[in-house]
Design a protein around this ligand. Sequence first.
Ligand SMILES: [Zn+2]
Length: 168
Amino acid sequence: MEISNEIKIDLVKTRAKSFWSKVKHLDDEDACWTWQSYRSSDGYGHFTVGRYERNDRNTNIKVRAHQAAFILSFGYLPAVVRHLCDNPPCCNPKHLIAGNHASNVADRVSRNRSAIAEKNGRAKLSVEQVLYIKKNPEKSAEALARECGVTRRAISLIRSGKNWRSVS
Ligand SMILES: [Zn+2]
């Protein structure tokens, strides 16, 4: 049994008080408001909004805490709820924005956490450094290697377009 978003949204809305009691509100309206209850290993908070029986066992219906905060603040659930603060357990609606998958990825790249680069073992260089290397063609590979703390070969692989082609 799959619980639809509509049902989850309704369940969240009826549990607003319970939800906000699990969020650490700071006097500072611009600070991160951290989820104080269950978090998964990726850092996102989970809010249990109900349960249903499956194969004679009770299964919790959960909504990610930042998504619940978005629902309670803006009344709907977009495909992706992004954190402007890059802090997964944060529930401050000022730090949340509706996005789609593409904008989420663009966000991550601009914040220097390119998943592609990490997967390929090229995380030694930051995106900013790669851009710097590409924008300084007059500098020698040796100088850039020294500045960025990598080998000359790493610089020439970028210059020849073999590595980091997607960054420009
Ligand atoms: Zn925040």
